[in-house]
Design a binder for this molecule. Structure first.
Ligand SMILES: *Cc1c(COP(=O)(O)O)cnc(C)c1O
Length: 234
């Protein structure tokens, strides 16, 4: 925000994975000029179909967002600016009103499972998610992402044990065909980003997990690391 202020820029927060998270006691979505939340079914606050919201405390920007949402209309059937159709369906809104009441409880459950993973996955071959050091800064664990060298072999091992895992995300933005070759990129690419894409692994994480399920995931991971000890990971 300081950089943006100095440069006269607007900040749009992407809060799609952070519903309910706080930084220094202040909720995400209240820092920037505008913030976008996704209500895609898998998000911490999800509808039964696609949906989302833009929030702002700047009335002019909020008006502009409202116009973009609906054909650029300021009054019905008159487009004052270019717009799209991105209205939140009323049925989804009704579902979200109910689901919103469970957000804090469900985030607390995610936190509990994350804590269990932290306890169960203390192993030198694994890099666990960073825990926020600042006071009143909370993680809502939309994903629980670990890193390890033998990521692909681990996935195969987990899958054989009936444990789902995922990679969020396998192809970084600058390697997406649509954005490849943009001159803004440094010639050496983005080596850290690219390395992360090869080592990240998202473990099962949702409020309805149980302690025994989390423990089973941890046991399967440690079992793989034990049986592969001494074998040099890729
Ligand atoms: C899901 C997600 C989006 C996209 O949200 P949609 O509602 O599917 O458009 C954007 N950014 C992040 C970080 C996300 O996780």
């Amino acid at each position: 925000m300081n950089v943006a202020r100095e440069q006269g820029l607007l900040v749009v927060e992407d809060c799609a994975q952070a519903h309910g998270a706080k930084v220094a006691g202040r909720p995400v979505g209240t820092w920037g000029h505008l913030a976008a939340f996704s209500f895609y079914p898998t998000k911490n606050l999800g509808a039964l179909g696609a949906g989302g919201a833009v929030v702002s405390n700047d009335t002019e920007l909020a008006d502009r967002a409202r116009r973009v949402r609906e054909y650029g209309w300021k009054e019905r059937y008159i487009s004052f600016s270019a717009g799209i159709n991105s209205r939140l369906d009323e049925l989804q809104a009704a579902i979200l009103r109910v689901n919103l009441t469970a957000l804090d409880t469900e985030n607390a459950q995610r936190f509990r499972w994350a804590d269990r993973y932290f306890q169960g996955l203390d192993h030198p071959a694994l890099t666990l998610p960073a825990r926020p050091a600042a006071q009143h800064t909370t993680h809502v664990f939309h994903q629980f992402v670990i890193r390890l060298a033998a990521r692909d072999q681990m996935r195969t091992h987990l899958s054989a044990g009936g444990i789902g895992s995922a990679i969020h995300y396998p192809v970084p933005v600058h390697r997406q065909p649509a954005y490849a070759g943009r001159s803004i990129l440094p010639p050496q690419g983005l080596p850290i980003t690219e390395k992360l894409c090869e080592t990240i692994l998202s473990l099962p994480m949702y409020p309805q997990l149980t302690q025994s399920k989390v423990d089973r995931v941890c046991a399967a991971i440690l079992d793989f690391l034990e049986t592969n000890q001494g074998r040099r990971p890729r």
